[in-house]
Design a protein around this ligand. Structure first.
Ligand code: GGG
Length: 355
């Protein structure tokens, strides 16, 4: 009998619906365990409630603690009791940036049985992946506020975007390599280089330089506004879309809305060199309006669990899980956000049944 491999997973439910969807993903992953693979979970109570008690979003030495895990399974961050920029920087961005999880992979998957607002989805096989530069750009945290002493109405704030050639080049290579694994070998690069003439022009130049090494991959460079339109009007022409931290965040929300709901979207924050653990989380936030009511769609978190299985070297289990997710939506077991009446637990149970 083969030796059992145990993967140590840090679970951070975080805020709001994070608790419900992480519980769903854990139940599914435990169902996928077996004689050869087990998951050893450690759950951390970090988030906005922790901040209310301690003044911190996570333990001071939290990153050192997390460094010993094989992966991190994350829920959501954000709650009205803590300013959003404090909660985001104190937890999610602290982990992403502290562990140099520089590639954020966000597939846009059209689930069978889920109605898309796009008519094209009725008769076209749609699906693409947004690759988000996850370490710099508009999320570099550079800038400051000043001149408040000049009196009310006179404060100034500077928020600078940082684009490094190293940072751009590594995300480009990652996106090109991903494009090579897909049926349609195409990479679309997104900028706003007509208006932002420094960082985004550097982005365009690096894209063109790296593209020369991937002659088998079709390319296009599209302004972010035009790409928003293209998501709606020509989704059939997309395969892999690489964009800066902010642009990709916005575009991937648009993509998951087009696929039917933000609740469906999965994501992987990867440190491709594997010097640090990577983190897997649904794209959606904490949804305070429905938290604790059993209404949250668990499929974004469960799809993120599939991305985690791929990363851990368990592609067969990941494929089984994706099939079970699609079988669940196809059978009409859906939460309210995608036109159904099922609860979080009922959808989770259906995925487990379908495994
Ligand atoms: N599970 C994703 C999550 O909690 N996101 C919270 C959020 O506000 N994210 C903004 C961002 O990362 O750009």
């Amino acid at each position: 009998m083969p030796a059992t491999r145990t993967f140590r997973i840090a679970a951070i439910p975080g805020d709001g619906v994070g608790a419900e969807v992480v519980a769903a993903g854990r139940a599914v992953l435990d169902t996928l365990a077996g004689d050869d693979v087990t998951f050893a979970w450690t759950e951390f109570p970090w988030g906005s409630a922790f901040h209310e008690r301690t003044g911190r979003m996570m333990d001071e030495d939290g990153l050192e603690t997390l460094a010993g895990f094989d992966a991190i399974y994350f829920g959501a961050v954000g709650w009205p009791s803590v300013p959003d920029h404090v909660s985001l920087w104190g937890l999610r961005l602290r982990i992403c940036q502290g562990f140099d999880q520089w590639a954020n992979v966000r597939p846009v998957h059209f689930h069978p049985g889920v109605r898309s607002p796009l008519r094209a989805a009725d008769d076209t096989d749609l699906g693409w992946v947004v690759v988000r530069e996850n370490s710099e750009g508009e999320y570099a945290g550079l800038g400051g506020r000043n001149l408040a002493a000049r009196g009310p109405g006179n404060e100034v704030a500077v928020q600078s975007a940082l684009f490094t050639e190293v940072g751009i080049e590594r995300i480009m290579r990652f996106a090109f390599d991903l494009a090579r694994t897909r049926t349609r070998r195409k990479l679309s690069s997104v900028t706003k280089s007509n208006a932002q003439q420094y960082g985004m022009v550097l982005w365009d130049e690096v894209f063109a330089r790296v593209a020369a090494e991937y002659p088998d991959v079709e390319t296009e460079s599209v302004l972010v506004d035009a790409m928003a339109a293209k998501f709606v009007l020509r989704p059939d022409d997309l395969s892999v879309v690489v964009a800066s931290n902010l642009h990709a965040d916005i575009l991937s929300d648009l993509g998951s809305a087009l696929a039917g709901s933000l609740g469906l979207a999965a994501s992987a924050n990867l440190n491709p060199e594997r010097r640090y653990p990577s983190m897997f989380e649904p794209v959606h936030g904490s949804a305070p309006d429905i938290a604790g009511q059993g209404l949250a769609n668990p499929l974004g978190a469960i799809g993120s669990a599939a991305l985690m299985l791929d990363h851990l070297g368990l592609p067969d289990r990941a494929a089984r899980l994706r099939k079970a997710i699609d079988a669940t939506t196809a059978a009409g077991v859906r939460t309210r956000d995608v036109g159904g009446t099922a609860t979080t637990e009922q959808v989770t149970a259906a995925v487990i049944d379908n495994l």
